[in-house]
Ligand binder design. Structure first.
Ligand code: ATP
Length: 513
């Protein structure tokens, strides 16, 4: 978090209290962001006119810009700035066999329990007491712990819970107009991860782009999981967006070291988005909790719940970096056989192996996968950017200190007098001239103090004010969101000036690339 006390406040147009020595407060909890998001057009509860739909959210005019900016930053960093990653966009509905051979049909499930007292249905492994504290998970027996009363209901606190049972989280649908609901030949799934679309296209990308290992394939898009207990705003929803990248390396590469390298790169990327390193921490997933395809996973956690007194419970996963071995490419390939010599995948028509010209060896590449959520990144960014400052009269202003690259609007062009056609005309012309270069808006819907406050609250880094003098000297006042300091700038220099001030944080790309 920035050192707020160092900021100098000078705002010639503030006519309320004195903000010379303001008190700053960061986002105290997710609820504060929910309310700001709704009030200012970032995120709305979905289907509200019909009473809503549990844990579904719609992104409003500013929310869609923020999401797009997060995705663009990620794409620019991985696909454009590096020279070893290609992008793709695969289908959401894939052949059902993809999910059979990826292991998702058999194993993509979460443990579910019901509370016998308050009848709440919950995801068991997220409940207090489910895992033995600090103990080994080798002889872990969840039902024994549930029956012995170690596990508590998240709703009413009782330990009177049912045994756990497994629930597959993939959303089902049927393909084709005539398909009956229960026709197994028409069964299909909405993808629960974007990764499989990458694996099944590995050869297409590698051959068409003439790639040599190591290289990566990135994809961003919607995924769907029928979560047992969605909640906490956009943190856990049934429909969400992922930014996943599969980095293909040799079987004998230093996989664990590569996981660490990607963790470091992502930490830097998150910091570049404006997230304070103090709100990020690493979690090495214990061997017993690893997904079926993973040999090692490190989660990057964000402090989504700063209000919780128990420090351990303040954190939730922002993203995971997994070493997926050659599990997926091998599973989708036609050639591998089992101990009896039978093909392990008799349905596949392709062998997704790679021929290394240098060593004349053929192998299934191994994979390092950084998988991040767009929505969780957006929530972390909003929580870290949120700040309130209160003046000597107790009046509070919200300032969203979004990094300029993520701010939905980069510059707001404000006329000081909206009843003066020359001033309005000049302000609109400036807006039009900026728009091809950066996202700018024109706003004359209030007094200048109100307009500044509104732009501060949605994170606009620069306000450009056109006043009477602008008509004479062809100059405007540029006001900085964070310092409230103002500078007079010639209209002819404005684009260059703003571009310099809005310059994005340098993104981490290794020297070798
Ligand atoms: P969790 O343990 O929180 O359920 P996960 O480990 O199953 O998450 P991954 O399969 O690693 O999640 O997915 C990669 C990323 O996708 C997560 O780190 C998260 O950012 C995002 N993600 C996963 N599930 C959801 C969800 N239900 N809602 C929003 N984002 C999600």
């Amino acid at each position: 978090m920035q050192d707020y006390q160092k900021l100098r406040i000078r705002d010639g147009f503030t006519n309320s209290g004195n903000f010379d020595n303001p008190v700053f407060v960061p986002a105290p909890n997710i609820d504060t962001i929910v309310s700001l998001a709704k009030r200012r057009g970032f995120v709305f509860p979905s289907s509200e006119v019909y009473g809503g739909l549990g844990s579904a959210w719609d992104y409003g005019p500013l929310g869609v810009e923020l999401c797009n900016n997060v995705k663009q930053s990620w794409w620019r960093w991985l696909v454009y700035e590096r020279d070893d990653i290609e992008g793709i966009d695969s289908s959401i509905i894939l052949n059902r066999l993809v999910w059979q051979y990826s292991g998702h049909e058999a194993t993509f499930h979460d443990p579910l329990v019901d509370c016998r007292e308050c009848k709440t249905r919950m995801r068991a492994d997220k409940l207090e007491g489910y895992f033995p504290e600090g103990g080994s998970l080798v002889a872990f027996d969840a039902n024994a712990r549930l029956r012995a009363g170690y596990v508590k209901c998240a709703q009413c606190g009782t330990t009177n819970l049912t045994d756990e049972r497994y629930f597959n989280m993939m959303f089902r649908t049927t393909l084709g107009a005539a398909a009956a609901e229960d026709d197994p030949t028409a069964l299909a799934y909405l993808r629960p991860e974007t990764a499989q679309g990458i694996f099944i296209n590995f050869l297409n990308v590698q051959t068409t782009m003439r790639r040599k290992i190591p290289f990566g394939i990135a994809q961003v898009g919607k995924s769907f999981r029928n979560e047992i207990t969605p909640g906490n705003f956009i943190l856990r929803t049934r429909e969400f967006e992922q930014m996943e990248m599969e980095y293909f390396v040799k079987p004998d590469a230093e996989h664990s070291k590569l996981v660490d390298e990607w963790v470091e790169l992502y930490l830097e990327w998150f910091k570049g988005l404006g997230i304070d390193g103090a709100n990020l921490k690493l979690h090495e997933v214990p061997a017993e909790e690893l997904a079926h395809y993973s040999k090692r996973t490190v989660d990057i956690m964000y402090r989504y719940f700063p209000e919780r007194p128990d420090a351990e419970r303040q954190w939730e996963e922002l993203m995971g970096i997994a070493y997926r071995t050659d599990f997926d490419l091998r599973s989708h390939s036609s050639k591998p056989t089992d101990a009896e010599g039978n093909r392990t995948n008799p349905d596949s028509t392709e062998d997704l192996s790679y021929f290394d010209e240098a060593t004349k060896q053929r192998f299934y590449p191994h994979v390092i996968e950084p998988a991040a959520g767009v929505n969780r990144t957006v929530l972390a960014v909003l929580m870290d950017a949120y700040s309130e400052k209160t003046n000597d009269k107790g009046e509070t202003r919200v300032i969203l200190k979004l990094s300029p690259q993520l701010a939905p609007i980069k510059a707001a062009i404000l006329p000081l007098a909206k009843n003066k056609p020359e001033i309005v005309g000049m302000a609109k012309a400036i807006k039009r001239s900026l728009q091809p270069v950066l996202r700018a808006v024109y706003d004359d819907t209030g007094g200048i103090g109100k307009l500044y406050a509104r732009q501060d609250e949605i994170g606009t880094p620069m306000c450009v004010t056109v006043d009477h003098q602008s008509l004479e000297d062809e100059a405007v006042t540029v006001r900085d969101r964070d310092t409230w300091e103002q500078e007079r700038v010639k209209v002819s220099d404005l684009v260059e000036y703003l571009q310099k001030r809005l310059k994005p944080y340098p993104i981490p790309v290794p020297e070798s690339l």
